[in-house]
Design a protein around this ligand. Structure first.
Ligand SMILES: Nc1ncnc2c1ncn2[C@@H]1O[C@H](COP(=O)(O)OP(=O)(O)OP(=O)(O)O)[C@@H](O)[C@H]1O
Length: 223
């Protein structure tokens, strides 16, 4: 469905090295790695937002609908939630249904600034769904949420993926435990410049425990 052939990405210094991988329908990838290593840079590349990369770097991107949940909600603050969803192609009825599916039934007339952090993130997730994505990109969706809210959002995302087995997902997280709930594949990005150090399929007994152990060794601050 998507093939990554990234030769590298530098800003003032090299950030990403060569990244080669394929993403298939139904892949649920948790992307882990130390802070500042290049996870968002990689997600932006996959989303097609990095215009410095050649078309050959992300093969298949043009044919895909991508829903991207950024670290900030990036909803237009002067538009209601319904109007924000309509901007990406939803009808008013579809917008209402998407908002209801993330627990925001009846909030369509609210402005983004009238929402709590957790509600705004769910509204942004509803906007992702309004795109009818083939690929869902989630950049630290649980960051800054209290454990209860984070748990609810995790369950919500797991449910969304369950109802659409063909949808692929890449979720950046610092918490290997998220992988247990959401992932069937794990990527670990590390190195200078950063490369995918592991690309593992979940399913082997003990893999998550071994992942958490490796994370603790590699990056004590993140474990
Ligand atoms: N637009 C930019 N201009 C200059 N440098 C950038 C830009 N975007 C990212 N970088 C640099 O690239 C490196 C990787 O950043 P990136 O945000 O991709 O890391 P990350 O792994 O997502 O970090 P975190 O886990 O803290 O969110 C950092 O050193 C960052 O300063």
């Amino acid at each position: 469905m998507l093939e990554l052939r990234i030769a590298g990405r530098s800003f003032s210094q090299p950030v990403l090295g060569e990244v080669f991988a394929t993403i298939e329908r139904g892949d649920r990838i948790c992307l882990l790695g130390p802070s500042g290593i290049g996870k968002t840079t990689l997600l932006n590349a996959i989303a097609g937002l990095d215009k410095t990369l050649s078309a050959e770097a992300i093969i298949g991107r043009e044919a895909l609908r991508v829903g991207y949940l950024f670290q900030e909600h990036r909803l237009l603050p002067w538009r209601t939630l319904t109007a924000n969803l309509q901007l990406v192609g939803a009808t008013a009825e579809e917008a209402e249904a998407h908002l209801a599916s993330v627990g925001l039934k009846g909030y369509g007339h609210y402005l983004p600034d009238q929402l709590s952090l957790g509600m705004a993130r769910r509204a942004a997730l509803a906007r992702c769904l309004a795109v009818k994505p083939d690929l869902l990109l989630l950049d630290e969706p649980f960051a800054s949420l209290d454990p209860v809210m984070a748990g609810e959002l995790k369950t919500l995302i797991a449910g969304i993926l369950d109802t659409d087995p063909g949808m692929a997902m890449i979720c950046v997280t610092h918490d290997g435990g998220d992988a247990e709930i959401l992932a069937n594949r794990l990527w670990y990005l590390d190195g200078k410049p950063a490369r995918l150090q592991w690309d593992d399929r979940v399913g082997e007994p003990g893999l998550i425990d071994s992942l958490l152990g490796r994370l603790r060794q590699l990056d004590p601050a993140d474990s």
